[in-house]
Design a protein around this ligand. Structure first.
Ligand code: CO
Ligand code: CO
Ligand code: CO
Length: 346
């Protein structure tokens, strides 16, 4: 039996994250553990926690899991794994081991689909050089899948949200629009070509982008996922105490993302992300409305958003392009903090 995972979910991928304000509210009630070996914790909204083992080694530890973003179980496994591993790359780490996290409705779906999801995850992990050494499954509907991943990083070479400096340029390594195109697929508005391209982008590991970052000794980066490009840029600006300007017309888009938004295909997560960012954002008066909403579109397994010292931006872009990341673009800049953390201009 051929199963269509998208028939089982209302929202898939990182669009299924809880709204950012709610998350912040919840986190207020959690004590932050104190330990001198904790090098990065949730305080800076980073992609992963980092724990120092000794002067030469720290562990990058992260987890992500979500409901299906595509119809095919094997591809869903690949995308979920690429997305989970990405947080280690975003922090400058090398992913090493992982555990499967799986929720699966055993009475509603054939076991082959279960196996195919895990096989997709295992194959993607193998491509990244990650060994999956265990996991855990709960009977639950709709299905959800992801990994908890541990990576290695040198304690002095951690790349964080807090590393943006005035004068840096902002570089994005993958085009944006996965949330819009997935919504367009559900509404039968997106073309087969764009759906295939969105899946290709989501399956693309951020390892090659991370290699280029390490080569140029870059200290500020994140990956773009559920809070959208603008949401993640805002988190970086706050953690780094700077203002970030994004030029929305320079942001590379997947296929016909712009036209889909123009026809009203805007996922709910984009509005939630916008609402969260609004108090800290200055919108240019002539800002293109569609590009503004695309900047807040929740991405699944999105690209790296990297802060690069201005004098090395061209070398980094050509390094990224040489690594096969053809859409890599300079999409903004970092300034001293003014009256808002984020500025959206055309
Ligand atoms: Co992340
Ligand atoms: Co994450
Ligand atoms: Co267990």
């Amino acid at each position: 039996m051929k199963i269509d995972l998208l028939q089982m979910v209302e929202v898939g991928g990182c669009s299924a994250k809880i709204p950012p304000e709610q998350l912040e509210e919840i986190l207020k009630y959690l004590p932050l553990p104190e330990d001198p070996n904790i090098l990065v914790d949730i305080d800076t909204h980073d992609d992963a926690g980092v724990y120092k083992v000794n002067d030469d080694l720290a562990l990058v530890f992260t987890t992500d899991f979500f409901p299906p973003v595509c119809s095919d179980p094997y591809e869903f496994g690949q995308i979920a794994a690429a997305n989970s591993i990405s947080d280690v790359y975003a922090m400058g780490g090398r992913p090493v081991i992982a555990l499967n996290i799986m929720m699966f409705p055993a009475s509603k779906m054939p076991l082959e689909a279960y196996i195919d999801i895990l096989r997709g995850g295992a194959d993607m992990a193998a491509t990244a050089g990650v060994r999956i050494i265990g996991g855990h499954t709960i009977d639950d509907n709709p299905p959800k899948y992801g990994l908890a991943v541990i990576g290695y990083v040198h304690p002095r070479r951690i790349i964080t949200n807090a590393g943006a400096r005035p004068g840096d340029s902002m570089i994005l390594t993958k085009p944006v629009g996965t949330g819009v195109i997935l919504a367009g697929q559900r509404l039968k508005m997106a073309s087969e070509k764009d759906i295939t391209e969105a899946k290709r982008i989501m399956k693309l590991l951020n390892n090659s982008g991370a290699e280029v970052m390490k080569k140029y000794d870059i200290r500020g980066a994140t990956d773009v996922t559920g809070f959208g490009l603008a949401g993640h840029a805002l988190k970086m600006a706050k953690a780094s105490n700077v203002s970030i300007t994004l030029n929305v017309k320079r942001v590379p888009l997947i296929g016909k993302t712009y036209d889909l938004v123009d026809q009203g295909c805007i996922p709910g997560a984009a509005f939630r992300n916008l609402e969260y960012a609004e108090p800290d954002t200055r919108f240019a008066s002539d800002l293109d409305y569609n590009l503004k909403m695309i900047a807040f579109d929740a991405q699944t397994s999105g690209g790296l958003l990297i802060c690069v010292p201005n004098d090395s931006k061209d070398k980094v872009i050509s390094g990224l392009k040489k690594a096969g990341l053809d859409n890599s673009s300079i999409i903004g800049s970092v300034n001293d903090y003014e009256d808002r953390f984020l500025y959206l201009n055309n």
